[in-house]
Design a protein around this ligand. Structure first.
Ligand code: HEC
Ligand code: HEC
Length: 440
């Protein structure tokens, strides 16, 4: 089992402006920050097979019925190695519930005007996402580290790249990437846009290891891409910009809105109400999540606190609005200070973007360095483990500015974990439109 730890930090110390340049030229890093310590990669649970045949098993078996209803699992009618529906799946107009379509949630959308999601563009993005041809030795695809069944994350603390080297941080779940208003990506937010982000892992020396020139060559020589580019962009010209745009469309299409939480919310009309489809424990957990005592809602349902008596404006996107410090470590560290290492501003030390809490029950391990194996450990951290970092968020400090202690009972901790479980979106995790289209 490979336990090589990559200590690259090529982007970690670049300013945000020079980052764009590096990404545009070559040699950018996906997993910056060399925070990896110890080879605890727990490959036994990974779907990346150790014989080097890194197949994306996360979505295998998901492809049961094509959109036209004509074919079933693993059909490859035209012999191109791909099982795609004759009419593309609907990516552009998902049936989003009301709580996604109104301000302020609507305004969190980071889709750029020049790259709206189209059904053909996201279809091309889906094929690229699962294509191992995008890694140097053709073993790793985006979907290797972002597995559908794991909420488009990886079940290991660090992920194995194309040569078995490990990423410096934990893979991020990709649900709701579209609804992050600043549009910045990665735990340390070093990518200014999603279009910029998606080219990072391809060029990263640990993850996929191609230059952009090699990327264009690879994609140009695979026969199945010609028609997909024509459908998506009008002609068969392969450019890095088009590859980035298609991948970004597919990632933005990964909207989670069909969880038990969404069903309960639709029926109750407000997140505060008792949800009829929840157990008593899940309702207690929801209540705790919304209380100032835990403050979970203040950060993870991004938006200003509601005026007294009014409802939370955002009841859909379980993502903080900006990178924050949630007290994982006591002070600036030698190896990974998140946003602070990117901006060089000590006030940003220990601040990290969070991934969405949607599908969180299946995306463990948790935090940027995957330090917590379970949600119970995460809750223990918030309850009694918050450290006094100078940049610790005020919402996690007590009146004396010291780290807050929540004094949750075991039953309350269990209820919070149970509530987080209601955010698992089985419909999304099994939806063939997000699954691996390759017949392997
Ligand atoms: C070898 C594993 C690996 C591969 C392959 C990989 N990723 Fe990642 N991905 C990661 C890790 C680890 C992070 C977090 C890195 C960091 O923040 O420093 C990440 C972060 C991301 C993020 C940021 C999410 C957010 O909310 O900010 C996106 C988007 C993403 N990856 C998409 C992709 C795409 C698209 C591909 C294929 C082109 C890809 N990844 C390939 C491991 C991988
Ligand atoms: C001050 C803002 C803040 C508060 C309050 C807060 N969180 Fe977080 N949370 C964050 C940040 C920031 C991260 C990412 C930290 C990192 O990885 O460095 C995070 C990460 C997480 C993660 C792991 C996400 C992942 O993909 O690994 C979970 C789960 C979580 N929080 C749940 C909760 C719960 C439950 C509560 C209430 C008990 C809570 N949080 C309170 C800011 C906050």
């Amino acid at each position: 089992m490979p336990v090589t730890i990559s200590k690259h930090s090529c982007v970690g110390h670049l300013s945000r402006t020079s980052l764009a340049l590096v990404l545009a030229l070559a040699g950018a890093c996906d997993a910056g920050g060399s925070g990896a310590s110890g080879g605890d990669d727990a490959s036994g649970t990974s779907s990346t097979s150790e014989d080097g045949g890194a197949e994306t098993t996360g979505s295998e078996g998901a492809e049961t019925t094509d959109a036209d209803g004509s074919s079933t699992g693993g059909d490859d009618e035209d012999g191109d190695g791909l099982d795609l529906p004759a009419t593309p799946y609907d990516y552009a107009n998902p049936d989003l519930p009301a709580h996604f379509r109104t301000p302020p949630v609507r305004d969190l959308d980071n889709t750029p005007q020049d790259n709206p999601i189209t059904d053909h563009g996201a279809t091309l993005g889906r094929v690229l996402f699962y294509d191992t041809a995008l890694s140097r030795n053709e073993t790793v695809a985006c979907g290797t580290c972002h597995q559908q069944a794991a909420g488009f994350s990886d079940t290991t603390q660090f992920s194995e790249g194309f040569e078995g080297g490990l990423t410096g941080r934990n893979s991020m779940g990709l649900s709701e990437s579209r609804w992050y208003a600043t549009g910045r990506f990665f735990w340390d937010e070093r990518a200014a846009t999603l279009e910029e982000q998606v080219l990072g892992p391809i060029q990263n020396e640990v993850e996929m290891g191609l230059t952009l020139t090699e990327l264009v060559e690879r994609v140009s020589t695979r026969p199945y891409y010609r028609e997909l580019f024509i459908a998506a962009f009008g002609d068969d010209e392969v450019t890095t910009e088009r590859i980035a745009r298609a991948l970004a469309q597919f990632v933005r299409a990964m909207a989670s809105y069909r969880s038990r939480f969404d069903e309960g919310l639709a029926a109750a009309g407000s997140i505060r109400g008792e949800f009829a489809n929840f157990t008593a424990e899940e309702n207690l957990g929801k209540d705790l999540f919304l209380q100032p005592r835990t403050a979970c809602v203040a950060c993870h349902l991004g938006g200003p606190p509601p005026p007294p008596g009014q409802d939370f404006a955002n009841q859909a996107i379980f993502l903080p609005l900006e990178p924050l410090n949630n007290g994982l470590d006591a002070g600036p560290l030698a190896d990974d200070n998140g946003v602070g290492d990117v901006t060089g501003d000590p006030a940003d030390d220990g601040r990290f973007k969070s991934s969405s809490l949607r599908n969180i029950a299946v995306t463990g391990p948790y935090m940027h360095d995957g330090r917590f194996a379970t949600l119970a450990e995460v809750i223990d951290h918030y309850d009694s483990g918050i450290k006094p970092h100078p940049n610790l968020d005020p919402r996690l400090r007590g009146p004396n500015q010291q780290p807050r202690r929540m004094n949750l009972t075991p039953a309350e901790k269990g209820a919070l974990v149970a509530f987080l479980g209601t955010l698992t979106d089985e419909a999304m995790l099994g939806d063939p439109k997000f699954g691996d289209p390759f017949v392997r």
